[in-house]
Design a protein. Structure first.
Length: 258
């Protein structure tokens, strides 16, 4: 009986870390994924990891204060890991919003089921494409590997304080989001910008032409054409970015390890 209780306590501690980390990672945090699938995946992953990491687990908290401290520390660890991944996916979404607004889809928004807020159609298209590529290059396997390694690198328990070195490492990564957004849709934005200049020149030289009526279909046509070209070459570029995750994720674990 004491052995069974010990195993249950270890399982609960593993569930806390697995649940916190998956909560901040893409795909698992999507509203499109049913809650039952999320719960089952957390339980199955925790059940598989518990025998492997049991030797690294501390004694189960004996009071509510220690339990709250443990949960806060796990949330901070999960947040720091999730931010690294989120910077790339947020950059992809931002790129889609830039392109969609330039193409004239800024007025045609819909309710994004993942975020619960109105988003541009092109942003949803790029996000779905990135998600498929992420799964195709086994990005989810990398995240699960980092999750398993985190028990050895960052033992469960300890003070619920985020390391100072971690802040100096993660904050500069925020620029990656804007760099990625610009690189993905720079050709589209440039072409549409030149199109707007051309339409302005036409309006000045040939006033009889209804530029406002002509500009909308031309802008959308050119935008969709160059977007299709972008989608054809986006695979290797995003695959490199997804492979880049491994280094920063393990640097985050090392920062927590001290």
């Amino acid at each position: 009986m004491p052995g069974l209780i010990l195993q249950m306590e270890q399982f609960f501690m593993v569930v806390i870390r697995v649940g916190c980390i998956l909560f901040f990672l893409p795909i698992w945090d999507s509203r499109l994924v049913p809650a039952q699938i999320k719960v089952y995946s957390i339980l199955v992953i925790s059940l598989a990891l518990t025998p492997v990491v049991a030797g690294t687990l501390p004694p189960f908290p004996q009071n509510w204060l220690a339990a709250v401290s443990l949960v806060i520390r796990e949330l901070l660890l999960a947040l720091s890991l999730g931010l690294v991944v989120r910077f790339v996916f947020s950059g992809i979404q931002m790129a889609g919003e830039f392109a969609g607004i330039q193409m004239g889809f800024g007025m045609v928004t819909l309710m994004d089921p993942q975020s619960g807020i109105p988003t541009v159609l092109i942003a949803d298209l790029l996000m779905l494409t990135a998600t498929v590529l992420f799964l195709a290059v086994d990005g989810h396997h990398l995240l699960l590997y980092v999750l398993a390694q985190s028990f050895g690198e960052v033992p469960v328990g300890g003070p619920p304080l985020m390391p100072g070195s971690l802040l100096s490492f993660i904050v500069p990564l925020g620029s990656l989001m804007f760099q990625l957004a610009v690189k993905l849709v720079a050709p589209i934005i440039l072409v549409l910008f030149l199109t707007q200049i051309a339409m302005g020149l036409v309006a000045r030289t040939v006033p009889q032409v209804q530029v406002m009526i002509l500009a909308f279909p031309v802008t959308i046509l050119l935008g969709l054409f160059f977007l299709s070209l972008t989608l054809m070459i986006i695979g290797p570029f995003l695959a490199d970015k997804f492979a880049w995750f491994k280094g920063p994720l393990f640097q985050v674990l090392k920062a927590w390890h001290g």
